[in-house]
Design a protein around this ligand. Structure first.
Ligand SMILES: Cc1ncc(COP(=O)(O)O)c(C=O)c1O
Length: 412
């Protein structure tokens, strides 16, 4: 990941945009370090959704009245906003989904269902979230498609020197995460896409953990698909986007059937709209799309270069502080800190440690993080994960270290 200079940002003022952070939990000030699971929402996003419902709501694409036209315009403007945010060449390359999970399932069902055949290989990595594993298992079960995995090294990085031997001509798709949600590993997306392209494989990037933190440009990355979720990047739940390169989307059959995605229907058959509307059957999440666009405006108002620098500084501080805690071991790379740190304490199960921290107002995630095969590989029941966002502070990280020191004494 390239390092970029941070502009001067008033982080304390930004934090005030998140009223939820002002509360106490169990009598202690809330420290919210569960951002990799879901981020909090600024007032600007909540207001955008409320304004839409109070002023403009109607169904989209089919109304011949003012409200419907306004709603349609707002919905389609949001699509353009997403395209700009990820550097897509056209809004037609952006499909609104429920989130990363649905985006990957859409690719597996619509693209995989048509283009993958018995004997073809889908290359994944051992660090994939279940949402980039189970859809491929479901496809493999009935199609004869085989799954192959790039191993994860002891230090939590991908075995990059094995990529060339794994990327054989049988590989038709390489689907991998940009940032591991349980290790924090940042994968070299552009390099992996270039290698996949060289053998003619299509690429899908799971950007669930990167879209809210890092500048993303799908054309620079050279990927064919990219999926992410709004709720991890200041947007509402139930909305996300799938980017697909235009010529690939145009070659794909629909995913779901229903209203909004057709040109004409007879009792026998239907003619479908072009992408992206072909992939959005039924009334879409209009308010969600508007909220997602507002989240993107908010994030870019701060600046993604500043955000990723801020978040990696907090991660660095956390890693340094944890080095002094007896029995605590960090799981994942420590040399190029991203946005989260995953760790285990010798004397405490991750659930017990995470519950202990909650008693002090510190919200983290404890468990397998939807990465069961990876946890099994590391011989762990799970980890505790602290994940940071731009509204978190160095003082909160220092307080987390104090709480973990107390936990180490408590459990020893
Ligand atoms: C790397 C990664 N991929 C996919 C997902 C699934 O995202 P969603 O549940 O929003 O679909 C997550 C969620 O934690 C994730 O961290």
């Amino acid at each position: 990941m390239h390092k970029v200079a941070s502009k001067a940002v008033d982080w304390a003022a930004i934090r005030k945009d998140f009223p939820i952070l002002e509360q106490s939990v169990h009598g202690q000030p809330l420290i919210y370090f569960d951002n990799a699971a879901s981020s909090q929402k600024p007032r600007a996003v909540v207001n955008a959704i409320r304004d839409y419902y109070e002023r403009d709501h109607a169904n989209v694409h089919r109304g011949l009245h003012a409200l419907s036209m306004r709603a349609t315009e707002a919905y389609e403007n949001s699509r353009q906003r997403v395209a700009d945010y990820i550097g897509a060449s056209s809004a037609n390359e952006v499909i609104f989904t429920r989130g990363t999970t649905e985006g990957i399932n859409l690719v597996a069902a619509a693209w995989g269902g048509k283009f993958l055949h018995s004997g073809d290989v889908v290359l994944l990595t051992e660090m994939e979230h279940h949402s980039n594993l189970v859809p491929w298992q479901l496809l493999a079960e009935h199609s004869g498609v085989r799954l192959r995995f790039v191993p994860v090294e002891e230090d939590g990085t991908l075995a990059l020197d094995e990529i060339d031997s794994l990327l054989t001509s049988e590989v038709k798709l390489f689907a991998f995460t940009h940032i591991s949600n349980s290790l924090g590993t940042i994968n070299p997306v552009a390099e992996l896409c270039r290698k996949a392209k060289a053998v003619g494989a299509v690429t899908l990037v799971d950007a669930a953990q990167s879209a809210g933190h890092y500048p993303l440009d799908v054309q620079e990355l050279g990927c064919d698909f990219l999926a992410f979720s709004g709720h991890k990047m200041c947007g509402p739940t139930g909305i996300g986007a799938l980017y697909g390169r235009a010529e690939i989307l145009d070659s794909m059959p629909p995913y779901h059937g229903g209203g909004e995605m057709i040109v004409s229907v007879t009792l026998e058959k239907s003619v479908f709209k072009k992408a992206p509307h072909r992939f959005e059957a039924g009334t879409p999440n209009i308010a969600g799309a508007i909220g997602l666009a507002a989240a993107m405006d908010y994030i870019d108002g701060i600046g993604r270069p500043a955000i990723c620098q801020h978040d990696s500084e907090l991660t660095r501080r956390a890693i340094d502080g944890m080095s002094s805690i007896p029995g605590l071991r960090i799981i994942g790379p420590t040399h190029d800190p991203g946005t989260l740190v995953s760790f285990v304490m010798q004397s405490a199960h991750p659930h017990d440690l995470t519950t202990y921290a909650d008693r002090s107002g510190l919200a983290m995630r404890g468990g397998h993080h939807c990465n069961q095969p990876l946890m099994r590989k590391f011989g762990l029941p799970g980890t505790t994960r602290a994940s940071f966002y731009f509204y978190n502070t160095a003082a909160e990280v220092d307080r987390m270290i104090e709480i973990l020191q107390a936990a180490a004494r408590f459990f020893s």
